[in-house]
Design a protein around this ligand. Structure first.
Ligand code: TYD
Length: 220
């Protein structure tokens, strides 16, 4: 049975994930690969409906536990309808944010939300853990500047709006995940220019795909 490859892109605000996902997708498609580009929260019709509820801030007054469950519900639908079918047909799936964003954003919001992220993760992910996660690491001050330039200051979403100290804690939490799971996670220096980042991303992905194609060679 063909099995595809599942890559997630994580990091703070304005780190340049979407630019790199688009570039990588073009390159892989030019090489004849079946590539699915998707994102969270969202990526399936049901999950996109939940995305709107979350990012508008409509769920915020009800607290981080409710938001955690909404992210988990959106993820379960997205995995079920988009990610798993794509992997099963042999596609390469590039997903802008996934479970590590819940671990970091909701996990830092309250101890109860952190426990709920851990409890719902197996249900939402349902075995479809990423094969590879690229963590885009950037000083949050620079990231927020970039995100502001991209969107215009008055369209800042519910999570971008939070204070700098919170963004710094998120940065550290992503780095902690990378340190705990080095076989899955690669930290990308997102302060570099887009061309340099593209070179790093492409070579890491190609190496991982080749290692999978020739499992005997390096024990993967
Ligand atoms: P989005 O506009 O997709 O932002 P970005 O370009 O930063 O990826 O907004 C998604 C926001 O939702 C982002 O601030 C991170 C947050 N988020 C969580 O808090 N938990 C999650 O599980 C996910 C997937 C995203």
């Amino acid at each position: 049975m063909p099995r595809g490859f599942f890559i997630t892109f994580e990091g703070g605000e304005g780190a340049g994930k979407s630019t790199q996902i688009a570039r990588l997708a073009t390159l892989l498609r030019d090489g004849g690969k079946d590539v699915v580009v998707t994102r969270e929260p969202g990526g399936s019709p049901g999950a996109e409906a939940i995305r709107h509820v979350i990012l508008s801030g409509a769920a915020e007054p009800f607290g981080p536990q409710l938001e955690t469950l909404l992210f988990a519900a959106a993820r379960a639908d997205h995995v079920d309808r988009v990610i798993r079918p794509a992997i099963e047909r042999g596609a390469i799936v590039l997903c802008d944010r996934f479970i590590d964003s819940s671990r970091v954003y909701q996990g830092l919001a309250s101890p109860e939300a952190r426990d709920l992220v851990a409890a719902t993760e197996p249900i939402a992910v349902a075995g479809a853990m990423p094969d590879m996660t690229l963590i885009f690491d950037l000083d949050p001050e620079e990231g927020l500047r970039r995100a502001g330039r991209r969107r215009g200051a008055d369209s800042v979403d519910r999570f971008e709006r939070e204070d700098l100290d919170t963004h710094r804690k998120r940065r550290q939490a992503f780095l902690d995940i990378a340190a705990r799971e080095p076989e899955r996670c690669i930290v990308i220096d997102a302060a570099a220019d887009a061309e340099t980042i593209e070179t790093v991303v492409v070579s890491a992905v190609i190496a991982a795909l080749n290692a999978r194609a020739e499992p005997g060679k390096d024990g993967a």
